[in-house]
Design a protein around this ligand. Structure first.
Ligand code: CUA
Length: 153
């Protein structure tokens, strides 16, 4: 092997080690969590853990709301949500079983839902109408049936 080949191979391996060490340090020392996941929750006790024991919409102030969702195979709870037009809604979503997605096309609402974590995402619903809510992470045999809707009126 030529000397220049050895040097480039060594540089490649050294970079790989540095990148992996950086990832490992971030994961272990800084406690990296998936993006938009703010709180942890026991996935086996979601149905007993407030406020996920009563999923749905909560009014915080005029025009400001929180929506608590539980994703499970193969449905969202609540399946239907009614929000007033103009409402700013912060979604808190968790899973009681496997990895799911939480996506409301045309709104920018899109997050992964990981068991053990609460994902958050916010949106202001300016236009009236019915929005589809879909799971966009393959979660099993009934994945394509996992949908709900959000009605803005
Ligand atoms: Cu839940 Cu796909």
């Amino acid at each position: 092997m030529q000397r220049s080949e050895r040097i480039w191979m060594g540089a490649g391996i050294a970079l790989l080690v540095i990148f992996l060490a950086t990832l490992a340090t971030a994961a272990i020392v800084d406690g990296f969590v998936p993006p938009s996941h703010v709180q942890s929750i026991d996935p086996t006790k979601v149905s007993q853990t407030p406020p996920f024991d009563h999923p749905g919409l909560r009014k915080l102030a005029d025009g400001s709301y929180e929506a608590y969702y539980v994703a499970h195979i193969f449905a969202f709870d609540p399946a239907h949500l009614i929000v007033p037009a103009g409402a700013h809604v912060t979604f808190y979503v968790t899973s009681s079983d496997v990895e799911h997605g939480f996506s409301v096309p045309e709104t920018g609402v899109n997050t992964m839902v990981t068991p053990g974590w609460v994902s958050t995402v916010s949106h202001t619903f300016k236009t009236r109408g019915k929005f589809l809510l879909v799971c966009n992470e393959y979660c099993g045999a009934g994945h394509q049936l996992m949908a709900g809707d959000i009605e803005v009126r």
